[in-house]
Design a protein. Sequence first.
Lengths: 402, 307
Amino acid sequence: MASVALRSISKSFDTTQVLSNIDLEIADGEFVTLVGASGCGKSTLIRIIAGLEPQSAGSVEVGGRAIDHLRPHERRVAMVFQSYALYPHMSVAANIALPLSMQRLSLWERLPLVKHLSPRRRSVTRGIAKEVDAVAAQLQIGALLARRPSQLSGGQRQRVALGRAMVRHPDVFLMDEPLSNLDAKLRVHMRSELAELHARLGATFVYVTHDQVEAMTMSDRVAMMDAGRILQLGTPSELYARPANLKVAQFIGSPAINVLPGQVDSGGRIVVAGAALPVDASLPAGSAVSVGLRPESITPLPAGHRPPRDAVSIGARLRRVENLGAEYIMHCDVDGLDGTVVTCRVSAESAPPGDGALLLAFSPFACHVFDAAGERIRVVDDASRREAVRIPGATAVPNPTR
Amino acid sequence: MSTLVQGPAAPGGLRRRELMEKLTGMGFALPATLLLLTTSLAPLAVLVVMAFTDYDLGNLDFKFIGLANFGKAMTDPAFRRALWNTFMYVAIVLPLAVGLGLLVAVLVHGRKRTRSFYEVVYFLPVTSTLIAMATVWTFVLHPKLGPVNALLDALGIERQAFLSDPGLVLPTLALIGVWHLAGFNMVLFLAGLTAIPKDLYEAAEVDGCANPIDRFLTITWPLLGPTTMFVIVTTSITAFKVFDTVAVMTHGGPIGASEVLLYSIYLEGFQYFHTAYAAALTVVFLAFILVFSVIQAFVLDRRTHYG
């Protein structure tokens, strides 16, 4: 078991800068997810940790010592690939055993025919087989050991790939989109299985995904990456509740956050869709801002209804409703903002009756305000006041935490 | 509702449609079948029938003589020598052409910018006409004028009569065969190498396959199994059919040291006009090729498919 530290890692392919100055400290036993859209550099970063790709600058430390000079197999890291990368010509048992055979048998003891000359080979392979059995039992693939990878389902292959990683007892597990090739149902199942595995092994996990749900549900901390940089590093709740950047806000959360264009008026207040928010943006008058509102922070009310005290409201028209059973997702066109669709998430009981004109009410302190560059702006950061303006009638949809 | 109405009428219509589909399918297959019959199967049948007769080219009639032609072949020292020489030739060409093709393919596969250059260089012999190249080789290996002997001379090694020394002629021809075949095998191996996912090499690297030999033994060689089988079959069949170099460079000499199967068939059939005997030898030749393919398919097939 070991911690991982990335110190000013940069990487460029020819003239293209893929990673710039990445600093990341991962504690021993922590589950850290690198999340981001494709091309953000997350896979390159994990490959640099694995030693499959040399960094252009910076240093990788595992357990407090630099491992930049070490080959991949010397780094005490194991990697699970998106394609699983199982050896198609070997049985499941041989696949899982390979890292151990490579460690414990010399080249001569692995050569066809010649290997039978080694007197100690037998006892070594017997020991390896025992460990393979133990790992297979943990993953419940003991019955599959004689099969070839082509005879396995996607989920079974996934487990074999995990087994091959586990058998070496590595300090760090590196996982590069390991669930992407599974169907939706199995992905949900494997998510909880991976989280349990992490808890059981207590090893450090570095996990790469483009799926924010995987990032949110499994990780201790999430590093959201974009264009070769870490935009924000924090717990899933931090990323959800206090996104540091508009891109983070838009990436994390489903349905996605609503982003409305706003402007700072002469009084320093933010005006969005004709409504002035009673918050101070400390920006020059006339600056353009983006106002982010989570779908569950908005309470749709029938038009003409008096909005609660301290709440801001904007007019809208209902476009359509998605019924998810326990909750409804309401898609509304905002008055005065052509083409801006706002989604609200309400529980089935509290959905307003009828259709047509609506009033969308929200607390000004539920707004995430970002400047033109997409950076979060501190407006009023007072938790007690935020509590005070909770809108009556609005049902709180719990934040997706672990 | 509409399905209910159509229901009872369907079987008759279906049957007619099936018949039409069958006829259409046969119609499409007909031209190819005709071609195959007239250009391959019918001549083959004539050949097999002829092998059991005493027909010589120019004769007005012939009679069936059973297995006499085959019996003659078994005791014919020229044919036995040709058969032995052919096997020797295959025994030299097969491992070298396959091994060299694989080695070059692995090396070329690792190149990035120069890859296409090397591909072309090694593939050039394949594109050349072997008859023409045989003439060039005759000059290259000439005892007095050839550059090879000039080089040997310069190195202080005795000049060799590569094509007129009975002990050297067959290996020399075999090396020319290797030169001609290795490039083609390289291209086949390259195709096989390209099909191996890069992920597997990376997984192997993380799993401890640190050196090229480990990676080759763990990933490359096993996954090239299907390609290797194909290459071995095609190479041995091509080597078994050696003719051009013998016909141009040695005419089977010296004293029959380079006489091979196809060349004896050619001599019997088109120089001595023993058409029926040549047909019998051809049947033997085809039988060998068939045995080759079947054995190789059975032995190698079982261990090479992962699908």
